[in-house]
Write a protein that binds this ligand. Structure first.
Ligand code: SF4
Length: 62
């Protein structure tokens, strides 16, 4: 599913992807162990896209 979602879009390196996901897994805004409460998207997809930002209010966390 992740590969389909990021198809034809620039993706971050595996290292950056792991760093972003680690931040999400430890974020109070993560819901259902999968979804960011601020954008409603699956963090496993959002974190893979190089043009994505973390929508945490006030300060992006990655
Ligand atoms: S606010 Fe940022 S770090 Fe937190 S779950 Fe959403 S995308 Fe991840």
């Amino acid at each position: 599913m992740i590969q389909m979602a990021v198809q034809n879009r620039a993706a971050v390196s595996d290292e950056e992807y792991a760093r972003r996901l680690d931040t999400c897994w430890n974020c109070p805004s993560l819901q259902y162990e999968s979804t960011c409460r601020h954008c409603g998207c699956l963090v496993a997809v959002r974190a893979k896209l190089s043009d994505s930002i973390c929508p945490y209010p006030g300060q992006s966390r990655w």
